[in-house]
Design a protein around this ligand. Sequence first.
Ligand SMILES: Nc1ncnc2c1ncn2[C@@H]1O[C@H](COP(=O)(O)OP(=O)(O)OP(=O)(O)O)[C@@H](O)[C@H]1O
Ligand SMILES: [Mg+2]
Ligand SMILES: [Mg+2]
Length: 548
Amino acid sequence: MAASCVAASELLHNMRQTSIFYPKASCLIRRISTTSIQSDSQPQLKAKSVPQQLVGVVGLEIHAQINSSTKLFSGSPVRFSAPPNSLVSFFDASLPGTLPVLNKRCVEAAVMTGLSLNCTINRKSLFDRKHYFYADLPAGYQITQHRRPIAVDGTLTYSLFGGKKKNQMIRKKVHIKQIQLEQDSGKSLHDDARSQTLIDLNRAGVGLMELVMEPDMSCGEEAAAAVRELQLILQALGTCQGNMSEGQLRVDANVSVHRPGEPLGIRTEVKNINSVRYLARAINYEIQRQIDVLQRGGTVQSETRAYDSKSGETIPMRDKEGLQDYRFMPEPNLPPLIVYEDNASLTTCIDACQAVVVQKIKEGLPELPSVKRDRLVQTHGILPEHSFTLVNEEGLVEFFEAVLKETKKEPRKVIGWVTNELLGHLKQQDLSVSQSPISPSALAELLELHEMGHISSSVAKQVFQEMWRSSGKTALQITQEQDLGLVSDTAQLHSICQQVVDSHPDEVQAIRNGNKKVLNKLMGLVQKETKGRADPVLVRGILQKKTS
Ligand SMILES: Nc1ncnc2c1ncn2[C@@H]1O[C@H](COP(=O)(O)OP(=O)(O)OP(=O)(O)O)[C@@H](O)[C@H]1O
Ligand SMILES: [Mg+2]
Ligand SMILES: [Mg+2]
């Protein structure tokens, strides 16, 4: 697993040039074995027993803010960047005499998410109080699902590059222990100038899904790829917007190191990670730090650490040595949460509008990213890595398929235009697909001109740039206005080819000596002369004759 991780990181790094969907951080964790600290003067000892190398172990806890217009237990609206304390009901502020009312939309979102992650949906789940004493939690406890969460025992399949040649897409699986519904807390804002802490309760009571993953991953890249896949699934479902920098998806990374086959080591929990790229870096830093501690003969402390993106380091926040006592107790104001298998299992005393029916939710699930990628590869014959790039960018699959509808060009040829030219330009200007100045039909028209042999491929790229700049002008207009059509006048081409041949006797001799590759150089010179407009098939034929 460790070796494939290293391979993956290098390839991912290369891939970033065209398809921006993986973190940049490398997974080159130094694997330290105790043999590495023995002196070279003891070679026999080294050969006798080579202890296993230390490897990283990673388990994630992810808080996903549920995409709902109201909070988990109150009717207060959920909106970001609203004025502080403007979205707070009496219940959210924990005033006495207020009671929680469960939001059906949040339950449905958790069921949808659980089904998409192959979880078992518990027909009956329970709510509990988990006690903390923070100023931004006015009740002094959070309502969560400690004893019996809504969904358990799932899996998330994700892919990353690896293998011996570092070019294989490797599928990996991480087990999901559980998904629980719980309330978010408010926000503490520290005013250093006045030495005050101010509280904003707008976020207090917003519905969260906490996804707890088993410690199945071994490095930052795996964790980053898993989170990216989860992000895409949540966005496809519409259950969470998944924006990490806005706190809609908060990832805590539990990290330890051990020797394979031995019990897991002591974990630290790294918080404050607000991007997939930082997640990979924070985990890899933490694995290396723990290896260094053990190598120096020390022990890893069980503690919570924060990631400082400026220094790239993790730093201690508070230790977890004395296990925190959350004084869990059943939430007395909420009955067990019951979901129904299908309509037939609804009893007469249940209001069908209020019931959450798993079968109905299952039938309404959208196409998940992995299914979409497989479909793209199978239907259009594109490479798996291209399917990743397409699915990774909102609206790009639809764009690609819209182009295909209007051109006879093969999908395998269209894909490069979409993932390199179009996506490259969009990224450069930080635009989304929906903001592209070139529409799918406009790109299809350009590709048709090329496909029909009216323009060369270098001119097609030139026209693309021009279309990008002067949005609105069609490929045909630009080609005609700038007289960029393919030159197929044989007399004209003969004369240009002759000039090139006459002025490059060494190259001509090399071709005659059997070095056929040099012909491409001459073709390039002819294209330079004609500003990329010469018909390449004709030019090749003419040059072959002249150099034979
Ligand atoms: N030795 C280990 N190394 C790395 N990760 C671990 C290890 N042991 C457990 N984990 C991970 O730690 C996480 C534990 O999460 P869980 O919610 O159960 O408890 P917690 O962190 O103690 O509580 P809290 O929800 O208050 O943070 C899981 O994601 C699990 O995979
Ligand atoms: Mg947890
Ligand atoms: Mg935790």
